[in-house]
Design a protein around this ligand. Structure first.
Ligand code: GLU
Length: 549
C-alpha cells in the first residue's frame, strides 16, 4: 500500500483539495490591500480585547481590503448556544461589522465561507488527505496512556516533552500495518509529519514584534482530532489559506506557534500570510502588571460598557489611544474627523502590553460626550435609562424640560464635560427636577459663607432686587457684583486678593451662595443658564425651601 491508498482508506469521500483551490480563488484586490480577520470562539464571553483586535483589523482593511469574521468552534466543549449572536451583536454595537461573516442562522455573507469551522469539516479532510497523500501526515494510534508514558520518559530523561523525532511511535509505522489497524477499527488521529530540525533557526519578521528567531518546529502535532475536526493549527492553515488572508492579526500568545505555522504553510506549498501579534491589554495589580482578566476585571467584558452606558465612540477612541499613542495629538488637532481618517500605523503598536486604564477611558469619554449635541445626549441617556434606570427614565420622560437641562453649556466653544457615561446623567441633573429637589432633604454644600442668616438675606435680596431672567449674561453678572457690594463683599476677585482683610469674601463667594441655594451643590454648570432653565416658579419654590430650612 502507498500513501495515496492510505489516504483513500482514511478519507474515502473527501474531494481533491484542488476543488477548493478553484472554488476559493485568489481575491482580486488592488496591490497592498489587506485581507484580515477576527477569529473568535463563541464561548459566550466577548472580551474587550476582541473589539480591540477587530478595530485594528478594520483599520488595516480600510483601503480596499477585507475584514471578515470566522467563528472558531472546533472545541465544542467551550461553546454556548447564542455565542455567535453575541459576537456579531457586539461588533455591530461598536460599528465594527465585518465585510464577510456568518450570521446566527448560519447564513454566510461573502464568497469565502462557510465562516464557521464546524461547517468546514469536509474541507479540512480534503487538506488532511493531501497531507497524507504527500507523506506529510500519518495516522497515530497512541492511546492517552502511551502518550503519558512518552511524557514521563521525557521528563525522566530531562528532554523536551511532545511528540517528535525519536519519541514518536507511529511516525514510522509501515503503511500496511497502519491500514490493517484502521480496517480493524482501532481509534486514531492524524498527525503532521514535521520535517523540522530544532538545531536550525527560522527567521520571522512580525509586523508588530519585529524580527524574532525561533528554532525550527519538530513536533508532529495533531492535525485532525478523533472527532474528525481539526486542531487550531491545521484549521488556521486551511482557513487562512482558502479565505486568502494576507495578514493574520491575533493575540501574541500565538507568537510561539509561528515556527509551526510557517512550516505548515511551507509543507503545504502555500504562501504564508504576514503575522501581526498584538500584545494583551494590561492592568496594574498591586506593584505589578497582569493581563486584563475575564475573572477579575468587569471591564474586560464588552457587556460592561453597555451596562455602564459608556458610549461606543468613547471606547473606540480610547482603544485608538492604546493602539497608536500619537492618536491623542492627532485627535486634538482634528476634533471633528472620523478616526478612520487617522493614519493608523500597525507597526507603531506596542511590543509589550499597554495599560488598560478606566480612569483615562472615562476622561476620553467626557471629551467625546462633550461634543454630542443635546438631542444625541438626550437620546442616548434615554435609551440607556429605559433599560437600566427607571427613575432616570421618568425624569427624561419630560422631554422638553430635559432637553433644556441637558442643553446647558452644550454646543458652545467650551462645552460641559461632566458626563463620562450615561449612568452619570442622573446624578448630574437630579437637582434640576423640582420633584426631586423640593421634596427631598438637601445637604446644601455651602462653602465660605455659612452663616444661615447671611445666606438667607443674600438669597432674598438677590431675587427680590437684582435677578431678572431677561438680563443678558453681562448684566446678570454685574448685578451679582452689585449684590456682593451691597453686603460688603469685594466686587472683583482681584480686589479681594489685593486687600483680603478688607472684605469677608468676594463676588465668587456670593454667587456660590446663590448656586448652592438653587441646586444644593457648589459645582454645577453655568449658574446663569441654570437659573434660566429653572424658571420663575421653580426658583420661588427653591427660595422657599431654603428659607424654611
Ligand atoms: N480562535 C483563536 C483565539 O480565539 C483565534 C486566533 C487567531 O486569530 O488565529 O485565540
Amino acid at each position: 500500500m502507498n500513501n495515496k491508498e492510505l489516504a483513500d482508506l482514511i478519507f474515502p469521500n473527501a474531494k481533491d483539495y484542488t476543488y477548493y483551490e478553484s472554488k476559493y480563488p485568489e481575491r482580486n484586490l488592488p496591490e497592498g490591500a489587506i485581507v484580515t480577520r477576527f477569529a473568535p470562539s463563541p464561548t459566550g464571553f466577548v472580551h474587550i480585547g476582541g473589539i480591540y483586535q477587530s478595530l485594528i483589523a478594520k483599520l488595516m482593511a480600510k483601503n480596499n481590503g477585507v475584514f471578515f469574521v470566522r467563528i472558531e468552534d472546533t472545541d465544542q466543549k467551550r461553546e454556548v448556544e447564542d455565542g455567535v449572536k453575541q459576537i456579531m451583536d457586539a461588533l455591530k454595537d461598536f460599528d465594527l461589522s465585518p465585510d464577510e461573516y456568518i450570521d446566527e442562522n448560519d447564513v454566510n455573507h461573502g464568497n469565502y465561507g462557510p465562516y464557521k469551522q464546524s461547517l468546514r469539516k469536509e474541507i479540512y479532510q480534503s487538506y488532511a488527505k493531501k497531507f497524507l497523500e504527500e507523506g506529510n501526515a500519518y495516522p497515530c494510534f497512541c492511546t492517552p496512556e502511551e502518550l503519558d508514558e512518552i511524557r514521563s520518559n521525557q521528563e525522566k530523561a530531562k528532554e523536551r516533552t511532545g511528540y517528535y523525532g525519536k519519541w514518536t511511535r507511529c511516525r514510522n509505522m509501515p503503511i500496511d500495518m497502519a491500514a490493517e489497524k484502521i480496517k480493524n477499527g482501532d481509534p486514531y488521529i492524524i498527525r503532521f509529519r514535521s520535517p523540522g530540525n530544532p538545531e536550525k533557526k527560522i527567521k520571522h519578521k512580525d509586523v508588530i514584534k519585529g524580527n524574532v528567531d525561533f528554532p525550527e518546529n519538530d513536533q508532529d502535532i495533531v492535525i485532525i482530532k478523533s472527532d474528525g475536526l481539526p486542531t487550531y493549527h491545521f484549521a488556521h492553515l486551511v482557513d487562512d489559506h482558502l479565505m486568502r488572508t494576507n495578514m493574520v492579526i491575533r493575540a501574541d500568545e500565538w507568537l510561539a506557534s509561528v515556527p509551526l505555522h510557517l512550516q505548515l504553510f511551507y509543507v503545504a506549498g502555500f504562501k504564508a500570510p504576514k503575522y501581526a501579534h498584538i500584545a494583551p491589554m494590561m492592568k496594574t495589580d498591586g506593584e505589578g502588571k497582569r493581563k486584563l482578566s475575564k475573572r477579575k476585571d468587569p471591564e474586560s467584558a464588552v457587556s460592561y460598557y453597555k451596562e455602564e452606558g459608556i458610549p461606543k465612540q468613547s471606547v473606540l477612541e480610547y482603544l485608538m489611544n492604546i493602539a497608536n499613542s500619537n492618536f491623542e495629538i492627532w485627535r486634538k488637532q482634528n476634533p471633528d474627523k472620523s478616526m478612520y481618517d487617522f493614519n493608523f500605523d500597525i507597526k507603531k503598536m506596542g511590543v509589550s502590553g499597554a495599560l488598560f486604564d478606566m480612569v483615562k477611558m472615562l476622561d476620553v469619554s467626557k471629551n467625546v460626550i462633550s461634543k454630542f449635541g443635546t438631542e444625541e445626549v438626550y437620546n442616548n441617556a434615554y435609551n440607556w435609562a429605559k433599560e437600566y434606570d427607571e427613575e432616570l427614565k421618568e425624569m427624561l420622560d419630560q422631554k422638553e424640560y430635559s432637553m433644556k437641562v441637558l442643553g446647558i453649556e452644550r454646543g458652545n466653544s467650551k462645552p460641559r464635560k461632566d458626563i463620562a457615561k450615561w449612568s452619570d446623567v442622573k446624578d448630574n441633573i437630579y437637582y434640576m427636577y423640582d420633584e426631586k429637589f423640593i421634596l427631598n432633604e438637601i445637604d446644601y454644600q455651602f462653602q465660605k459663607i455659612t452663616d444661615s442668616e447671611e445666606i438667607k438675606n443674600l438669597v432674598k435680596t438677590y431675587f427680590e432686587k437684582y435677578y431678572d431672567e431677561n438680563d443678558d449674561k453681562q448684566v446678570w453678572f454685574d448685578k451679582m457684583k452689585d449684590l456682593a457690594q451691597e453686603f460688603g463683599y469685594a466686587r472683583e476677585v482681584k480686589e479681594f486678593k489685593a486687600n483680603p482683610e478688607k472684605y469677608p469674601g468676594h463676588v465668587g463667594d456670593v454667587s456660590t451662595v446663590i448656586r448652592v441655594a438653587m441646586t444644593g451643590r457648589c459645582n454645577t454648570p453655568d449658574l446663569y443658564e441654570i437659573l434660566k432653565v429653572l424658571g420663575k416658579t421653580s426658583i420661588e419654590r427653591r427660595i422657599e425651601k431654603l428659607l424654611n430650612n
